[in-house]
Design a protein around this ligand. Structure first.
Ligand code: NDP
Length: 446
């Protein structure tokens, strides 16, 4: 069978076996489209069913998470952990707490994670988890009780050498702390079972900043490849969470100006550049909505709803959530002269939007390459925990920068080798895939 037909057949089977899981279909399709040329060169991957095996998670867990709210009412949420692929290391990937979470979303994130983790060059497999729990408006004690109940079940299936979760949307330092405490209590073991931990109990310096900083390091490499840089560039960012905040910080350090940020209700436009002290105070300390920003900076404008992509910019960094840039948004960005797009969020651009960017020669950094800095520093946190040692901020930051540079170079190299020059989507997919495929080949049909 021709490589193209083979890939189409596996995709058709995937659609049948995973009915209705539209986000998972989308993530798989993006990777599949990139791999046809790989299967042409490597028939042994076809013979060994690498693609059929890689799209089937090794293990999928769904469980009840009961907890009591502050009024004494019983609440029930659903917990997930998808252990997708452990060919190159223990499962690794974040936990997302958001009401939209379902099996399709966790599977798309887990699938992406396999290739992202491979691209980092570090020994980590792919997994993802979370819950449809909504942390918004919950008291600190409610968050704690939820996290304890969630971990009570999850603890049976994870471990420092088996599966090491981290944070994602709705899961930051506070949630990781509560889950770590419960794990330790249940297992009586002080081990690096989670990453993103606080600095007083085994966390790594730079983990908080890693995804946002790494994203900007990656985009900087893309710009440098074309003789450009961030100096004097106008940048539009979506989101106002962990990834967005530290992407903004690094852009400002490199001489660019970020003029927007957003949450799920609306966005801020500040022509003076987003004030980071204010943003951190509102989001990290007070945990309030973005409407607060204009109270401190009356010259800024708050607009309800979406629309951040209609603001003219040189560089766009989507850092909120999946499918936040559609075809129309992409066309608007191109019309307004965008030169580079770096995906901080996972799968923020639809497949149609990606085509618009690539067809218009926009430098496009796909999520699995551009936002891999978070999981890379998580893996460095695992190393430090194993050594019972901590590196300095400068040491970890230098390692992060180097990892992002390698990811860029490996993506460029793979794209060129297979005839897709300047297409970092194909390059990242191929570079990430080949390492995992080789490990799977070596380990037999398991
Ligand atoms: P946070 O929870 O810290 O922040 C998420 C931000 O995105 C918030 O501003 C949130 O607004 C907004 N947002 C979330 N969902 C939606 C939605 N449906 N529509 C519009 N806005 C939304 O999460 P992170 O910053 O950690 O994660 C952001 C993205 O980056 C996700 O795609 C995540 O998977 C990805 N990522 C994160 C990594 C990490 O290390 N944290 C690593 C790699 C990728 P609101 O407060 O209103 O919900």
């Amino acid at each position: 069978m021709q490589a193209k037909q083979y890939v189409e057949k596996v995709y058709e089977d995937l659609l049948k076996r995973n009915e209705g899981q539209v986000e998972f279909h989308q993530a798989a399709k993006e990777v599949f489209n990139s791999l046809i040329s790989v299967f042409e060169k490597h028939p042994e991957y076809v013979e060994n069913g690498i693609l059929e095996r890689i799209v089937e998670p090794e293990r999928q867990l769904m469980f009840r998470v009961p907890w009591t709210d502050d009024k004494g009412n019983v609440q029930v949420n659903r917990g997930f952990r998808v252990q997708f692929n452990s060919a190159i290391g223990p499962y690794k990937g974040g936990l997302r707490f958001h009401p939209s979470v379902n099996l399709s979303i966790i599977k798309f994130l887990g699938f992406e994670q396999i290739f992202k983790n491979s691209l980092t060059g570090l020994p980590i497999g792919g997994g993802k988890g979370g819950s449809d729990f909504d942390p918004k408006g919950k008291s600190d004690r409610e968050i704690m009780r939820f996290c304890q109940s969630f971990m009570t079940e999850l603890s049976k299936y994870i471990g420092q050498d088996m599966d090491v979760p981290a944070g994602d949307i709705g899961v930051g330092g506070r949630e990781i702390g509560y889950m770590y405490g419960q794990y330790k209590r249940l297992k009586t073991s002080y081990e690096g079972v989670l990453t993103g931990k606080g600095l007083t109990y085994g966390g790594s310096l730079v983990r908080t900043e890693a995804t946002g900083y790494g994203l900007v390091y990656f985009v900087d490499e893309m710009l440098k490849g074309k003789g450009k840089n961030f100096e004097g560039k106008t940048v539009v960012v979506s989101g106002a969470g962990n990834v967005a905040i530290y992407a903004i910080e690094k852009v400002h350090q490199l001489g660019g100006k970020v003029i927007t940020c957003s949450d799920s209700n609306g966005y801020i436009y500040d022509e003076n550049g987003i004030n980071l002290d204010t943003l951190k105070k509102i989001k990290e300390v007070e945990r309030k909505r973005l409407t607060e920003y204009v109270k401190y900076h009356p010259q800024a404008k708050y607009t309800e709803g979406k629309g951040v992509w209609s603001i003219p910019c040189d560089i766009a960094l989507p850092c909120a959530t999946q499918n936040e840039i559609n075809e129309e948004d992409a066309k608007t960005l191109v019309k307004n002269g965008v030169i580079a797009v770096g995906e901080g969020a996972n799968m923020p651009s639809t497949l149609e939007a990606i085509d618009v960017f690539l067809n218009n020669k926009v430098l496009f950094g796909p999520a699995k390459a551009a936002n891999a800095g978070g999981v890379a520093v998580s893996a460095l946190e695992m190393s430090q925990n194993s050594m019972r040692y901590s590196w300095t901020f400068e040491e970890v930051d230098a390692k992060l920068k180097n990892i992002m540079k390698n990811i860029y170079e490996n993506s460029v190299k793979a794209a060129k080798k297979y005839g897709f020059e300047d297409n970092y989507v194909v390059g990242a997919n191929i570079a990430g895939f080949i390492k995992v495929a080789e490990a799977m080949m070596a380990q037999g049909i398991v």
